[in-house]
Design a protein around this ligand. Structure first.
Ligand code: ATP
Length: 307
């Protein structure tokens, strides 16, 4: 089975300025893959190359084992663009029928499939209304229905929940879960990191056009820990030792909070305290959330926090 997406050293330059410097990705079929990065990192440009909407300046890419320009490959791909807003004079049903015909679906199949996807996205009963009158959340739902209508093997979702309330977001997470259960690959682009954390199997973080980190969600989150240390007295010598073991976030008279890159550092922290002659009252490790990991990764490269 070919990878759903494979890129090697993908690069795109607009008017002499690189939007994507060097992106190598491998997404297996059936995975939910999160593609993350701060504004302007090159995510949309990468997705456009994967969809065959813009040509790379350099590098290689394959989607479902084929070139994105290949018409056959396109039949198996679904796409929900960000800020989805067009054909709003059509009713939801007309809009889906129009897209189904573009995908080459037969009339009978469309009659069966349209109510199914409307149900999945929670719009059954509203399909006769014009999209112009839909709320932002309903517009995002009809866009999602369009992206999955032809049962794609690979679906690109660009900020699929930005206009949805918490219930709507949960429903989209459920839809993504069902797509995964059916073996569909989902390539998700989102700034809502708590959602990505709950939804994705693997992620890549892109920054200034380069992949700065990628891997399985669980493994990436296990890589870094925040540790709270409490001691009877934090001497300058102990503080120096702590700085050698991790990145100190805050330090006071009787404690410090620092970030370390593995659990193996925990006994070494305890040793450092004991060797300094201080009394260890507490050593409390905590895993970082995806949002904290993201901020940490991006700010390491730029010196910017709170991205
Ligand atoms: N058609 C274009 N012509 C010139 N520059 C472009 C074009 N498209 C994107 N860029 C530039 O390339 C860089 C990457 O943009 P891109 O839209 O890929 O980022 P992004 O990661 O999707 O950002 P966001 O999260 O804000 O959507 C930006 O500096 C952008 O201004």
């Amino acid at each position: 089975m070919p990878a759903a997406i494979r890129t090697a050293h993908l690069r795109k330059v607009f008017w002499g300025r690189p939007a994507v410097e060097d992106v190598s990705l491998e997404v297996e079929q059936g995975e939910v893959f999160g593609f993350l990065g701060p504004n302007g990192a090159g995510k949309t440009t990468t997705v456009k190359m994967l969809l065959g909407l813009t040509h790379p300046t350099a590098g290689k890419l394959e989607v479902l084992g084929r070139s994105p320009q290949d018409k056959e490959a396109r039949r198996f791909i679904g796409f929900l663009p960000e800020m989805f807003r067009f054909h709003d004079w059509l009713s939801g049903e007309e809009f889906l029928r129009f897209h189904g015909e573009l995908y080459g679906m037969e009339a009978g199949e469309l009659r069966r499939r349209i109510p199914e996807v409307l149900e999945q996205v929670g719009l059954l009963g509203r399909e006769r209304e014009r999209i112009r009158g839909y709320s932002k959340g309903m517009q995002q739902r009809i866009g999602l229905a369009q992206a999955i209508l032809h049962r794609p093997r690979l679906v690109f979702l660009d900020e699929p929940t930005s206009a949805l309330d918490p219930l709507g977001r949960r429903e989209v997470r459920e839809i993504i879960g069902r797509l995964k259960a059916q073996g569909t690959t989902v390539f998700l682009n989102s700034h809502l990191l708590s959602e990505v954390e709950q939804t994705c199997d693997r992620i890549a973080v892109v920054h200034r056009g380069r992949v700065v980190r990628s891997g399985r969600m669980g493994e990436l989150l296990a890589e870094r820990l925040e540790v709270e240390l409490r001691v009877d007295a934090l001497s300058p010598a102990l503080l120096e030792r702590l700085k050698g073991l991790g990145s100190v976030r805050s330090a006071g008279g009787q404690g410090a909070v620092l970030e370390v890159d593995s659990e193996a550092k925990l006994p070494r922290l305890a040793e450092a305290v004991l060797h300094s002659g201080a009394q260890l009252y507490a050593l409390t490790p905590r895993r970082l959330s995806l949002e904290e990991l993201f901020v940490s990764l991006v700010s390491e490269k730029t010196g910017r926090r709170g991205a």
